[in-house]
Design a protein around this ligand. Structure first.
Ligand code: HEC
Length: 399
């Protein structure tokens, strides 16, 4: 008996990551929603900023937003919600290390993109996260940061530049996940270096009967808006690994750029939809356009069938390709040194198993060309072509 510790660590950390992420982002969206739906009273008391009634799980909640007036007693217990963010980030970084950095960085290196060694690939990943924070933080603290539209434009351009740069050295999925991990790191830096200190300042000032330092609260507000716009792009990147048409695309970085901008605009639409303005239609329209552009970018170009398209393909030839290029991983007894259990349970040991998966084989090995995994088994264009013809001819087991 041999326990598969790596898989279990992966599972438990991912599970934690998703739970903490739901709590953190869910909370943040709820508070954003609350802020936009507060009702101002006709005769507000000192410090009162609005009220709202909510109905949930069998009772009413009456929530009021306010600053405590001078001399008011500080409540015994105030909930802060900062560890949801920390748990999400720490588990995310841990997961990044377990999945991408350990095991010879197999997920990072795609020889058809760049021939780099595992330490180099890992160094690029770590440098992106650390360097990215410093560049972003400096930008927004510099005089440029005072010009919000300009600083936003520069930030997005830098992010897209990073997506492009990473896609030139790492596998598509590693490039994607590092852009996501970078944004998660920026959000976490914002929480701990700006938002939490500002809240501490507010608490201290309230307890001392003083007004809060406006510079602290300005910085916190600015960074919390950034976090708000990063949520949708980060969530897309978290699930992007299930969609080879995105990260596996030749122009994967551009698909990512379009979806990041588009989803940030959808977030914008949700932010402003209660204060109707011309921007509303603009943001909604741009989000739809971005989606259409991403769909076009990931469309498969029309192909002229090769001269041999009609030539019948024997199943024996197909099985031999799969045996050479896929079965090291996709088998009840894999021989690959990293993938020691059949990935996602997919096995090609018998003709029936191959035929049953024909559509997915076609999708991954021919259409998106994201299998063999980072082409570790060096499949050739002719072999992909053979799989394609077999699929087009009905994907049958010929005698
Ligand atoms: C080096 C190991 C490795 C090799 C070789 C490999 N795969 Fe995979 N395969 C994986 C991993 C890891 C996953 C799960 C991650 C993913 O879906 O991208 C996977 C998932 C799959 C899936 C299931 C997911 C889906 O999209 O349906 C199919 C189908 C697949 N591979 C087909 C192939 C084919 C066909 C070949 C050979 C041409 C091949 N694989 C070669 C590692 C490998």
């Amino acid at each position: 008996m041999e326990l598969n510790i790596r898989e279990w660590i992966d599972l438990l950390v991912r599970w934690t990551h998703v739970i903490a992420g739901i709590m953190w982002i869910g909370n943040s969206m709820l508070f954003n929603w609350l802020d936009r739906n507060l009702v101002q009273s006709d005769w507000p008391r000192e410090g009162e900023q609005g009220k709202i009634w909510l109905l949930h799980s069998g009772a009413f909640y009456e929530v009021e937003k306010k600053l405590l007036p001078k001399g008011a007693r500080y409540p015994d217990k105030v909930h802060w919600f900062m560890f949801q963010n920390l748990t999400t980030w720490v588990s995310g970084i841990f997961l990044l290390a377990v999945v991408y950095y350990l095991g010879g960085a197999a997920y990072m290196i795609d020889p058809s993109v760049a021939q780099i060694s595992p330490p180099v690939a890992i160094a690029i990943g770590v440098a992106t996260l650390v360097g990215g924070w410093f560049v972003y933080d400096l930008l927004w603290r510099s005089p440029l940061g005072k010009n919000t539209p300009l600083a936003f434009a520069i930030s997005f351009a830098l992010l897209i530049g990073i997506a492009y740069g990473l896609s030139q050295v790492l596998s598509g999925r590693a490039a994607y996940i590092h852009v996501g991990a970078l944004m998660g790191t920026l959000m976490t830096g914002n929480v701990w270096l700006y938002i939490v200190p500002s809240q501490r300042g507010l608490v201290a000032a309230t307890k001392a009967g003083l007004a809060q330092d406006p510079a602290l609260s300005y910085g916190a507000k600015q960074r919390s808006i950034h976090n708000n716009y990063m949520t949708f792009p980060v969530l897309f990147i978290m699930i992007s690994n299930h969609y080879p048409i995105t990260y596996g695309n030749q122009m994967g970085w551009l698909v990512l750029a379009v979806l990041m901008v588009g989803s940030a605009l959808v977030r914008h639409f949700m932010n402003i939809r209660f204060t109707y303005g011309p921007w509303l239609r603009w943001a909604a329209g741009a989000g739809v356009v971005a989606l259409a552009v991403a769909m076009i970018l990931t469309a498969r170009p029309a192909r002229t069938p090769s001269a041999s398209a009609a030539e019948p393909v024997s199943f024996a030839a197909v099985q031999s390709v799969i045996q050479r290029r896929c079965v090291v991983c996709h088998s009840a007894h894999p021989t690959d040194n990293i993938f020691t259990v059949a990935p996602v349970g997919v096995m090609f040991d018998t003709p029936e198993q191959i035929v049953a998966m024909a559509a997915r084989i076609h999708e991954r090995a021919v259409v998106t060309q994201t299998m063999p995994f980072n082409n570790r088994t060096s499949i050739t264009a002719e072999e992909r072509d053979l799989l394609e013809r077999w699929y087009a001819q009905g994907a049958r087991i010929t005698p």
